[in-house]
Design a protein around this ligand. Structure first.
Ligand code: PBG
Length: 329
């Protein structure tokens, strides 16, 4: 074949490289996670997530306008709940004037077209830092699913376009779908965290929301009884298949960088949109190495992001979304 076929010909310069490039990133690819706190005038940096912030509602307004002006049109909301509002059942999550419900309304007020997705899980509301209700040392599945359905309806009532259950309880997609239908929210979508692994990469996120599992007798110290074992691959397809059958509109693989094989498997097997989440620990790792001068921040950011899309992701939840869009514009 050689020298008739010289593969390097197509890499001679940036013009030809860009002509044959297979994967490109646009602002439409991103879902921007946002952390919201109570208070006024607050924009506090998350220690383990440099240059990423928690916003109070008033500051959130400006942030949302900035995102929209950059072409970032979808957000994923997370709230940091004060300790005095936490309990085992996540009662505060159903408060129609709770922080999540207010956040949804705030975003919709300043930017009605912004697509609002909300995190649905108990951990930010749980005194135990678990995604479900804890009983006798276990995370109770079915009662939690029922609660998540109520929570989803509450988010839909506040104006959310999509709910994003991140809890990994069995059967919760069907329970949520039925509740939304019963309440008339036929247009509210579900983005399911379908293949979510029990990962140490979530560490900085749990700092951001103060939501780590607590160290108490009779409370599991980790999330391994509901999040997936990171050694497993076929199981991801089983989880995803069930969520699609139960009514998920979008499925997600999480974390990102260490799970590109799963993204590709899911993309090849199913015909609905696939999201990937480049999680807090991945962000922190890149920031830390860049701060030390050991890696080039922008290049690593682009390389990892392109890799998600190349692996088959249609949607990328990323803390780098703003930086990337500024870089490519
Ligand atoms: C909680 C939730 C987590 C993340 C999103 N939703 C953490 C966890 O499951 O413990 C992680 C996001 C990140 O690390 O960036 N249900």
């Amino acid at each position: 074949m050689y020298p008739l076929r010289r593969n390097r010909r197509l890499r001679t310069n940036e013009v030809i490289r860009s002509l044959v490039r297979e994967t490109i990133i646009t602002p439409n690819d991103f879902l921007v996670p946002l952390f919201i706190v109570e208070g006024k005038g607050i924009k506090e940096e998350i220690t383990s997530m440099p240059n990423y912030f928690r916003f109070s509602l008033d500051v959130l307004e400006n942030e949302v306008k900035t995102l929209w002006s950059l072409g970032l049109k979808s957000v994923l909301l997370f709230v940091k709940v004060p300790d005095n509002l936490k309990d085992n059942k996540g009662t505060e999550a159903l408060n129609p004037n709770g922080l999540m419900q207010q956040s949804i309304k705030t975003v919709k007020n300043v930017c009605p077209e912004m697509l609002v997705m909300t995190d649905v899980a108990l951990d930010p509301y749980s005194i135990y830092g678990h995604d479900g209700i804890v009983k006798n040392g276990k995370i109770i599945n079915d009662d939690t699913a029922e609660f998540l359905a109520e929570m989803s309806v509450s988010h839909a009532q506040a104006g959310a376009n999509f709910v994003a259950p991140s809890d990994m309880m069995d059967g919760r997609i069907l329970t949520i779908r039925e509740a939304l239908e019963d309440e008339g929210f036929t247009d509210t979508g579900i983005m399911s965290y379908s293949a979510k692994y029990a990962s140490a990469f979530y560490g900085p996120f749990r700092d951001a929301l103060d939501s780590a599992p607590v160290d108490l007798v009779n409370v599991p110290k980790n999330k391994k009884t509901y999040q997936m074992d990171f050694a497993n691959r076929h199981e991801a397809l089983r989880e995803t298949k069930m969520d699609i059958e139960e009514g998920a509109d979008i499925v997600m693989v999480k974390p990102g960088m260490a799970y590109l094989d799963i993204v590709r498997d899911v993309k090849n097997k199913f015909d609905i949109p696939v999201a990937v989440y480049q999680v807090s620990g991945e962000y922190a790792m890149i920031k830390a190495a860049a701060e030390k001068g050991w890696l080039d921040h922008d290049q690593i950011m682009m390389e990892t992001t392109i890799a998600f899309k190349r692996a088959g992701a249609d949607i990328i939840a990323s803390y780098f979304a703003k930086d990337i869009v500024k870089l490519i514009s």
